[in-house]
Ligand binder design. Sequence first.
Ligand SMILES: C[S@@+](CC[C@H](N)C(=O)[O-])C[C@H]1O[C@@H](n2cnc3c(N)ncnc32)[C@H](O)[C@@H]1O
Length: 241
Amino acid sequence: MTAAELGPEDVVLEIGAGIGNLTERLAKKAKKVIAVELDPVLVRVLHDRFDEVENIEIVPGDALKIEFPEFDKVVSNLPYSISSEITFKLLRYKFKLGILMYQYEFAARMVSSPNCKDYSRLTVDTCYFADASILMKVPKSAFQPVPEVDSAVVKLIPRPSPFEVKDQAFFMDFVAAVFSQRRKKLKNAILNMNHVLKISNIKEIIARLPEDMMSKRAENLTPEELAKVANQIIDLKKLPV
Ligand SMILES: C[S@@+](CC[C@H](N)C(=O)[O-])C[C@H]1O[C@@H](n2cnc3c(N)ncnc32)[C@H](O)[C@@H]1O
């Protein structure tokens, strides 16, 4: 929690407040804590515990479905089943810092590098939206009862993309498509996934893309190189064939 460097101006969002142990510690440092919790039984526990505490707002509901009020920082021991969806939902909001606990394998994929086994669609999408780093690995033995998986605390700092992306929706679809065929050369991955990408003159476009990129696999290309290919496809789609 110290990594969040909370001060009296901070409005903190907590996803999945549970019985409120973290919530209570956050509220001692921050201006306000917005505690979101899905389970109605736990929501009742939170109300019993915090209704007299002025700077805790309890928001019952599914964090994937509700609109979040404005917040500066997000600090959460996330429900792991929604890690991906909730992270990319959060990254659509404007905030300064996230300190988030994930399953270790998920965190490792967020911060990986090209040519590594964990380098994936998640790495590229994360890199597009934020700087991410693992602050510490938390072994399963740190929890009671002992869960099946290790965890990791990740620091997320949202920022503008460090590389140009001409069409965000297409870039995201492109990255998903080529990583679904990560062992294939890029040109084959694009061809195989064109039922998703729906590029009408795909063969002509591939013929015009640089061969050195097309003969590599998605897992060997940096996020910037992948963005460059996606941008070139967007440009070539506009040209008469
Ligand atoms: C890993 S526990 C964290 C509990 C508590 N924050 C702690 O640190 O001990 C995750 C919490 O998220 C809640 N949760 C699960 N799915 C949720 C969702 N979609 N929206 C909001 N809360 C959710 C669960 O009910 C549970 O209380």
